[in-house]
Design a protein around this ligand. Structure first.
Ligand SMILES: C[S@@+](CC[C@H](N)C(=O)[O-])C[C@H]1O[C@@H](n2cnc3c(N)ncnc32)[C@H](O)[C@@H]1O
Ligand SMILES: Nc1nc2[nH]cc(C(=O)O)c2c(=O)[nH]1
Ligand code: SF4
Ligand SMILES: [Mg+2]
Length: 256
């Protein structure tokens, strides 16, 4: 039973540390170097960016959620089998209470991956920082914005999408992977430049096999036309390819 249908939906946060939760479910990690590992997903609502292709529309363009206390989230995680947890969103690290949740999950011994756009780097425990910096092709333009007046978000997204201080801090503090959503072969020049820039700004290791190329696509049908192009680019450039296993398996079903 989805947690979001079993809890009251007050408009305001309860007292104490709490997070706006869009969904909470057990599945298989679909992306990155832990793809295939059974994991419990905690998806917070709210984002500081607006990628035109966001596959979690109800956390960014149209945020919806129930407020859950950190205690309740830890209980919901404990009620499920996986020992791996994925904290995602939306942008989970924009919420201060995510730090509290990460401290609690670490104390309980879970392996925690944080899926983040890399524009926040709070001092919080993470076993894997799964960082997905946003390329210029993610910016919502008039022709592709899913909602509203694109001018409203185009400049804001563009100004916020890369924060080198946050990126280098995440790499210095945590085991990390950089996971780029590729929408076009022309993205490769930007990825190469960004990886070089990051390497120049920090002594932290960033190996080519920790740089992941992920095909853009919210549905099986979309991935059908993008995955081989991106796989060939990974082979050509020497970066790692990551599938979107959950989309292959369950298409765009919620809570997968
Ligand atoms: C919804 S985001 C939430 C975490 C964080 N806001 C971020 O962007 O990394 C989770 C992952 O899905 C990726 N993603 C979102 N929409 C996608 C799409 N249409 N195709 C491929 N990956 C997508 C993001 O880049 C990120 O790696
Ligand atoms: N199965 C599955 N794996 C995922 N890995 C990262 C996800 C995300 O939305 O952050 C995700 C997701 O939504 N589902
Ligand atoms: S940063 Fe992540 S959650 Fe925010 S709009 Fe982009 S893909 Fe969606
Ligand atoms: Mg997802």
């Amino acid at each position: 039973m989805p947690v979001t249908s079993t809890v009251e939906r007050p408009g305001d946060a309860p007292d104490g540390p709490a997070l706006p939760v869009n969904e909470l479910f057990a599945s298989l990690q679909g992306e990155g170097k832990l793809a295939g590992v059974p994991s419990t997903f905690v998806r917070t609502s709210g984002c500081n960016l607006r990628c035109w292709f966001c596959d979690s529309y109800h956390t960014s363009w149209e945020p919806t959620h129930a407020w859950l206390s950190v205690d309740r989230i830890v209980e919901e995680v404990a009620a499920r089998d996986p020992t791996h947890v994925v904290l995602t969103g939306g942008e989970p690290l924009l919420h201060d209470a995510s730090t509290t949740l990460l401290e609690r999950l670490a104390a309980e011994g879970y392996h925690v991956t944080v899926e983040t756009n890399g524009t926040f780097a709070p001092d919080a425990p993470m076993d894997l920082a799964s960082v997905s910096p946003k390329l210029s092709t993610s910016t919502p333009r008039t022709e592709n914005a899913p909602k509203g007046d694109p001018g409203e978000w185009e400049a804001r997204h563009e100004a916020r999408r890369i924060d080198f201080a946050a990126l280098t801090t995440l790499l210095e503090r945590h085991e990390a992977q950089l996971k780029f959503v590729v929408t076009d072969p022309d993205d490769m020049a930007e990825i190469d430049a960004l990886v070089a820039d990051v390497r120049e700004r920090t002594d932290a290791d960033l190996n080519d096999h920790d740089v992941l190329l992920m095909p853009e696509g919210q549905t099986r049908e979309e991935l059908e036309s993008t995955r081989n192009v991106v796989a060939d680019l990974a082979a050509e450039y020497g970066y790692r390819y990551t599938p979107r296993l959950h989309v292959d398996l369950w298409n765009d079903a919620p809570e997968t």
